[in-house]
Design a protein around this ligand. Sequence first.
Ligand SMILES: Cc1cc2nc3c(=O)[nH]c(=O)nc-3n(C[C@H](O)[C@H](O)[C@H](O)COP(=O)(O)OP(=O)(O)OC[C@H]3O[C@@H](n4cnc5c(N)ncnc54)[C@H](O)[C@@H]3O)c2cc1C
Length: 426
Amino acid sequence: MTVRWQNWSGYHSSTPRFRSEPADVGELGDVICAAPAPVRILGTGHSFTPLVKSNGTIISLDKFSGIHTHDADALTVTAGAGMKIGEMAKAMHSIGQAFPNMGDIDKQAFGGALGTATHGSGAALGAYHTQLEAIQIVDGRGEVREFSRQKNADDLLAVIPGLGAFGAVTEVTLRNVASYRLRRRRWTLSIEEMLDQFHTMMTSHRSAEFYYAPFSRIALFIASDLSNELAVPRPPDEDDETMATLAKVQRLTGWAPWLRRAVLKKALAGIPREDYVADWLTVYPSERKVRFNEMEYHVPIEEGSNAVAEVISLMETRFSDVYFPIEVRVVSPDEAWLSPFYKRQTASIAIHHQAGTDPMPYFNAMEPIFRKYGGRPHWGKMHGLAAKDLQASYPRFLEAKSIRRDIDPENRFVSPYIAKIFGIDL
Ligand SMILES: Cc1cc2nc3c(=O)[nH]c(=O)nc-3n(C[C@H](O)[C@H](O)[C@H](O)COP(=O)(O)OP(=O)(O)OC[C@H]3O[C@@H](n4cnc5c(N)ncnc54)[C@H](O)[C@@H]3O)c2cc1C
């Protein structure tokens, strides 16, 4: 039976000839070898790039779930890679363990997060893949392979993040931290002050990020730091109402930037300062009910402030229809060959565009700014790069490509999009 697939934002879709939800590595290996190509692995479809899209086969690893073992002293867990991040967080918290950091939502499959270098914010905190001690994959021949920091660290660094092109990840072993509580504070300041103090503000908290609503001239800064105080219930999410307000202000005042600025200034002044303490897994993720498309580039942290200033300037000169805020975060460097954070501390700048409308004029105009500042794109968010550009940004790109070839000699995992990214002739 063919069932149409589409990603979270609805921008990409396909009707694969075959869909499968194998229950074990044997069944998964059979599907990878025999089902119609290209064979793409699905997490939960939250990526904005057509990574999962396939007219051949789409495989869900939902049945590869649950915590298999854990070590209370070493603070490690071994779990199915299809497990959702939020479920994993709850299970880990119940045994006193925690992710050091999380992204904006917790709905993704852990394997999906590994596929695209999903990250949160924190100058000393890495993306999810930096927690990996070991992984089990099923390769393009249907064979089970294991990579670990201890036995074959280079291979592990080559295959993750792997865009679903380096085999299907079935099991992960993660090094965690002990459960902790965070004090989260939120306040506003002028965008000029924020950009002037960019480095200090983004690096002097355990987690720091800010949002900028177009035309507001106000940054909404969020800082989270460790706390031993008692946890209180997290205040309700205001994401939906905030987005509705921003959309309405754009509709009514989009023709007059001065009026839009004045109205936004008043609206944002009304946003209460937030200050609460809660367990880590309740602080990080939010609900994102309003659908959008997104581009996110990772630039060297020292370029962050200038890059954000240029993005804002272009947006406010040419794109008065945009009302989704810009989100800015920081991520610590790591060693994974295809990680956008490879050997450099990063400022991540994300721009968003309402789903159901064409985001490309906006994204295409912004991309040269990100590239000018040496940006590497988030693998799961829209960008226009192909192998040649990527090779120039990733010193070990060709080595990773050669390891990919060894894992998938028949190009079973290679869709037209993966071929474009890796420069593979199909
Ligand atoms: C509302 C929203 C909020 C987001 N917030 C953040 C954020 O805060 N930070 C951030 O960095 N990103 C964020 N993203 C992007 C998102 O985290 C990534 O795109 C992530 O990869 C999506 O996970 P998924 O499970 O949906 O994977 P999918 O989109 O289904 O797949 C992503 C890639 O991983 C591969 N893959 C999936 N599972 C496996 C597996 N088991 N083995 C091998 N390959 C696999 C797929 O083939 C594909 O190449 C957000 C996206 C949305 C829609």
